[in-house]
Design a protein around this ligand. Structure first.
Ligand code: B16
Ligand code: MG
Length: 220
């Protein structure tokens, strides 16, 4: 079936804010004496702020009260927001601008489907706040990936059926969310190794988008 909309994840697909998330969580974990490395960090991709904290706290040697958790999440977000001050359009990931231009030329709608509550601030920092037909983010949803809510809502707002949507994701949880929404899924970055992705490439620059769209148009 023809693809009429592409829904992009933000962190790790459009821009590498995933690195900033890692450093902010690392700062909190080190301070609390909780082991946290890049392997644990992989499990946080696409997952909401509070759920990310819960995953990190699994390795803590004591229990944290709801108030403490709220405070840790707030501190992490403050570190993270501070690091976003350095973000510029130069950090848009390879291939993103060409892909957006070529989708626009083909009349295909584009949307953001991100778990982040900071998505709009990030998009405006990199100059892409006007580049999408719809932006669905962590402020719009109550269940984070792998729940399909963020992508289902994106398709609904665009007025396009799920099977005509292609999701671009760097997180396994995001690919699972796309599949649960009944959409096609393209994995990039970390998700390029995930066997459930319909298509998988290292980044958007290496993705033969026209070939994918043409192939989708000729299948049922
Ligand atoms: P915030 P995405 C996700 O964004 C990140 O991958 C994930 O690491 C982060 O915890 C989540 O946003 C929430 O972010 O703390 O800014 O609300 O990949 O879905 O665009
Ligand atoms: Mg992501």
């Amino acid at each position: 079936m023809s693809i009429r909309a592409v829904i992009f994840d933000l962190d790790g697909v459009i821009v590498s804010t995933d690195e900033y998330h890692f450093h902010a969580w690392k700062m909190i974990a080190d301070r609390e004496g909780i082991p946290f490395d890049r392997t644990t960090n992989e499990a946080l991709r696409g997952v909401s702020r509070m759920e990310s904290l819960e995953i990190i706290l699994r390795k803590a040697t004591r229990a944290y009260s709801p108030g403490e958790k709220k405070e840790l999440a707030e501190q992490k977000n403050n570190f993270y927001r501070e690091s976003l001050n350095d973000l510029t359009p130069g950090e848009i990931l390879p291939g993103v601008l060409d892909v957006l231009a070529s989708l626009k030329a083909r009349g295909i709608k584009v949307a953001i489907g991100s778990s982040s509550r900071n998505a709009k601030a990030i998009l405006s920092k990199i100059g892409l706040d006007k580049s999408f037909d719809e932006i669905v983010d962590g402020t719009d949803i109550s269940r984070s990936k792998p729940d399909p809510e963020v992508f289902s809502l994106g398709a609904e707002r665009l007025g396009i059926s799920p099977e005509e949507c292609l999701v671009v994701e760097d997180a396994e949880a995001g690919i699972d969310a796309a599949l649960a929404a009944g959409m096609r899924a393209l994995g990039v970055g970390s998700a390029a190794q995930y066997p459930k992705s319909h298509y998988a490439y290292p980044d958007l620059e290496a993705t033969p988008l026209d070939e994918i769209l043409n192939r989708e148009a000729t299948t049922d």
